[in-house]
Design a protein around this ligand. Structure first.
Ligand SMILES: Cc1cc2nc3c(=O)[nH]c(=O)nc-3n(C[C@H](O)[C@H](O)[C@H](O)COP(=O)(O)O)c2cc1C
Length: 221
């Protein structure tokens, strides 16, 4: 698949088929991701892959925390307030995605189901958790972001779908314990991987983008 096609065909997939992903295929995808550039080739990423019985244990632990309204304990902070112009983009995207799923604002049951789907890792067969040594700085976070996008684009090129999900790292204590992640590593984000259930209403939304003129400032060209 040519690169530009992959950029436009990768979407966040929020429901997966009950179809396993082979370790060989996933290894090829991970190998591609490690070609991402990094500060002085430091390759700071520490990767943990959960599947099969391990992922089921994680899902059960998450379900219990979710149903008990346990507060989120993500290891990265989020802005207290987003700049207004960015907040507008996010609100537009939320409104469009809920509309495409056919979920209206006061339908609490459907909204709860949708929320819970996040905490069940969208039913995918593989969860890849990206971690970083806790002593590293924003530069390594930048590198990890490039790794993450390479991973998702390579997955698409190999016929797989993906979802980056902050919700998947809401209860990092479960991930740390079940996947045996050392305390000196921060659990940054999870990327879900599998085969999309293309018929599912959660997968009908194709997100739009702000026009180039609004985000790119050409100077001298
Ligand atoms: C760091 C990060 C965290 C995200 N967390 C979530 C999440 O918790 N739940 C979710 O449904 N989507 C999550 N997303 C997916 C974004 O909503 C999605 O990338 C965005 O709306 C653009 O849509 P697209 O990926 O289909 O192009 C996350 C994306 C990123 C990059």
């Amino acid at each position: 698949m040519e690169a530009t096609k992959i950029f436009f065909e990768r979407h966040t997939i929020r429901k997966y088929l009950d179809k396993p992903v082979s370790k060989e295929l996933l290894t090829d995808v991970l190998k591609d991701a490690t070609r991402a550039p990094s500060w002085a080739n430091s390759q700071p990423w520490e990767i943990y892959v959960a599947s099969g019985e391990t992922l089921e244990r994680l899902r059960s632990a998450y379900l219990e925390s979710f149903e008990n309204y346990e507060p989120h304990k993500q290891e990265l902070s989020t802005p207290r307030e987003w700049p207004e112009y960015i907040d507008k983009r996010m609100k537009k995207s939320f409104a469009e995605s809920f509309k495409s799923m056919g979920i209206v604002r006061d339908d609490e049951i459907e909204r709860y189901k949708n929320w819970k789907n996040n905490y069940q890792f969208f039913g995918e067969p593989v969860a890849v958790f990206l971690c970083l040594d806790a002593s590293l700085t924003h530069w390594s976070m930048f590198d990890l972001g490039m790794f993450a996008n390479s991973l998702m684009l390579s997955a698409k090129a190999h016929g797989l779908d993906s979802a980056p999900a902050a919700s998947s790292v809401s209860y990092p204590h479960h991930i740390r314990k079940i996947l045996d992640i050392p305390d000196n590593q921060k659990i940054i984000v999870g990327i879900m991987i599998g085969y999309a259930d293309l018929e599912h209403p959660y997968n009908q939304y194709i997100s739009s983008r702000t026009p180039i003129e609004e985000v790119v400032n050409f100077r001298g060209m």
